[in-house]
Design a protein around this ligand. Structure first.
Ligand SMILES: Cc1cc2nc3c(=O)[nH]c(=O)nc-3n(C[C@H](O)[C@H](O)[C@H](O)COP(=O)(O)OP(=O)(O)OC[C@H]3O[C@@H](n4cnc5c(N)ncnc54)[C@H](O)[C@@H]3O)c2cc1C
Length: 375
């Protein structure tokens, strides 16, 4: 069976009718993987999006995954585990061996396998070229040694893809390896970080002490492999932000219709109404750009410019929506129980991760406008 875009949207409506922001906040408070939501997504065939039928999936591409993330965000459930699932599976599907596909894809469609994706290192930060975690061949497997940080869902994931350098990496772009490891391996040490972005997923610093793993594809090609999922990651991040923006704006509009400290609903004042309308317009342009970029990616496999613009606009749109929602809610916006201030860190994070907006602008300046490289 396959699911087209309309089928994904319909199936998702069935899921979000049963799970909402309260469920998500409950998982966040308990710091628990959203297991019941994951099971509902599985039953609705939505974990099969992006996976061909021969591996148990329902087909589709990034456009369908974008629709899914936008819808989950709109329901107040910005499920980063789904982004991780999608990009890790893309790597395995596009570049892994047949054995790796058989091992990881059908089980992930059945909801039995989740992923973490480890690139960031404490010293290298944004500069992936400067990573120092190594992978070296050892018999029929590879050994990973080094350190990563800010790695989401490392405690709950069943599989982790680690971006490494190989011993002979003296070229800037060559000598990368993408290694599949078991996050529960005793030679991995995980230290939880105190990240103030309310979410069921936690982040960790991770130490690898000669951890066994298998390499995806040809290690010499790993940098190119990585590049094939960066635009999808940006688009899924953009879709999440558009959905979150929709969610918080709808709540701000609702509040503005009823709150009347001077006897008139504050939504009638142009000072408020125009800001709400502007946030709406900004979200619509980000939505259009994200959906168009996703379709272009599915059609061409490229869409670098479109994906970067979408990520930039969506991060700005969701922050704008959170800002006016906070303003409209007055003091109550800062009460965590009202759950407006709790949405702001996630929106704001999107200007920094998965890639900061300065890097996005540098990409556009250099690759689209033809200006000199700035860093
Ligand atoms: C909640 C959360 C979840 C995360 N999950 C993951 C994960 O699952 N896996 C993973 O690998 N990583 C993850 N990250 C890491 C995230 O992707 C990085 O924080 C991000 O890429 C930036 O790296 P850095 O924090 O080291 O910032 P730095 O590289 O130190 O940059 C700091 C700031 O400097 C500026 N800057 C940097 N470079 C340039 C430049 N060339 N030009 C202009 N300005 C620049 C930007 O404003 C940037 O925000 C997560 C982070 C957070 C907070």
């Amino acid at each position: 069976m396959t699911l087209d875009l309309a089928g994904v949207e319909e199936a998702l409506r069935g899921v979000t009718a049963r799970f909402d922001r309260r469920y998500w906040l409950d998982c966040t408070t308990k710091q628990e993987f959203p297991r019941e939501l994951w099971e509902a997504l599985t039953k609705a065939d939505l974990l099969g999006v992006g996976v061909p039928e021969r591996y148990g999936g329902v087909g589709g591409g990034i456009a369908e995954a974008v629709a899914l993330m936008e819808g989950l965000g709109r329901a107040g459930m910005p499920c980063y585990s789904y982004v991780l699932l999608n990009i890790c599976r893309e790597l395995i599907l596009r570049h892994g061996s047949e054995e790796q596909r058989e091992e990881h894809l059908p089980s992930s469609v059945r909801g039995e396998r989740t992923f973490a994706f480890a690139i960031t290192e404490p010293d290298a930060g944004t500069n992936t070229f400067a990573i120092t975690t190594t992978a070296r061949p050892h018999g029929d497997h590879w050994l990973v040694r080094g350190q990563k940080t800010f790695i989401s869902a490392a405690d709950t994931a069943d599989v982790m893809i680690v971006t490494c350098r190989t011993p002979e990496s003296n070229d800037r772009r060559e000598g990368f390896a993408l290694v599949l490891v078991d996050p529960s391996d005793p030679r991995i040490e995980k230290q939880p970080l105190n990240i103030a972005v309310p979410s069921p997923e936690r982040q960790f610093s991770i130490f690898f002490d000669d951890v066994r793993g298998t390499v995806i594809g040809d290690a010499r090609e790993a940098f190119r492999y990585l590049w094939t999922v960066l635009n999808p990651e940006r688009l899924l991040s953009a879709a999440t932000q558009v959905g979150i923006g929709d969610h918080v704006l709808a709540r701000a509009v609702d509040y503005a219709k009823h709150r009347a400290p001077f006897g008139t609903a504050i939504g009638q004042y142009q000072a408020i109404q125009h800001r709400l309308a502007h946030a709406y317009a900004t979200l619509e342009s980000a939505r259009l750009m994200t959906r168009t970029a996703a379709q272009t990616f599915d059609r061409t496999g490229g869409a670098g410019a479109e994906s970067n613009v979408a990520k930039l606009l969506a991060s700005e749109a969701s922050v704008e929506a959170c800002e006016i929602a906070l303003q409209v809610h007055g003091g109550s916006g800062f009460d965590a129980d009202t759950d407006i201030i709790t949405l702001w860190p996630l929106a704001r994070l999107s200007k920094v991760a998965p890639v900061n907006n300065e890097m996005i602008l540098s990409y556009l300046g250099e690759h689209i406008l033809g200006l000199p490289k700035s860093y």
